[in-house]
Design a protein around this ligand. Structure first.
Ligand SMILES: N[C@@H](CCC(=O)N[C@@H](CS)C(=O)NCC(=O)O)C(=O)O
Length: 210
């Protein structure tokens, strides 16, 4: 299989974490894609131009981090990250959606602050900054949910990839006033699959944009 990524993409990072957690390194070739360039050769491979993009061994390519992660989890016939037991299924999906909501907003914010100054919208930046800080308050409470403290799952991976964007957005100061979240994040960030996929910090080239 071939997995197209950029080093700074939190969505691609989720797929890279799955590759490492599932021990699929020998089966998945990680390839750097050139995104956000008008004449990128990557568009001939994936016309949407987005990452992650997984080309299966004998099949069409897959887009969308949730689908790519689910495929990587199931490819060996021994899924580790779902589906959860019936009574937990909706709770897990609720938490994953909450984490993804934060992640999606952060990516909009980070893209905006990486634009040339004259193209940036202060209104959008303020809107996304406020959203991110509200979501950090929500997660300070939710982080004690049993599913966030139990075995690794997609809500945990998604939230950690969102919080891990702190180095890409200097004003995303979620640590202050959120001691539970800080303790949780620092523990999960030390896991080898997270440490090995940490995004480059703010001054990275455009290929590392969120
Ligand atoms: N909903 C998609 C989002 C993927 C996405 O937006 N990836 C960004 C990088 S963080 C990208 O490839 N951007 C390139 C572009 O928009 O052309 C997913 O979950 O995979």
């Amino acid at each position: 299989m071939k997995l197209y990524i950029t080093p700074g993409s939190p969505y691609a990072r989720m797929a890279r974490i799955l590759v490492l957690e599932k021990g699929l390194e020998s089966r998945v070739e990680i390839i750097l894609a050139q995104t956000r360039a008008s004449d990128s050769p990557y568009y001939a491979i994936n016309p949407s131009g987005r990452v992650p993009y997984l080309i299966r061994d004998h099949g069409a390519g897959l887009e969308e981090s949730a689908l790519v992660c689910a495929y990587l989890d199931h490819v060996d016939g021994h899924p580790l990250f779902g589906p959860p037991r019936d009574d937990e299924a909706w709770e897990e999906r609720r938490l994953e959606a909450l984490a993804r909501s934060m992640l999606d907003g952060l990516c909009v914010w980070i893209r905006e602050i990486h634009r040339p100054q004259h193209e940036r919208s202060p209104t959008l930046i303020e809107h996304e900054a406020d959203r991110a800080h509200r979501m950090a308050d929500v997660w300070e409470r939710e982080i004690d949910h049993a599913l966030m403290r139990g075995p690794l799952n997609m809500p945990q991976i998604t939230l950690a990839c969102a919080l891990g964007l702190e180095g890409r957005a200097p004003d995303f100061r979620w640590r202050a006033g959120h001691p539970n979240l800080r303790e949780w994040f620092d523990r999960i960030a030390a896991r080898p699959s997270f440490a090995l996929t940490a995004p480059p910090s703010a001054a990275a080239p455009s290929g590392a944009q969120a």
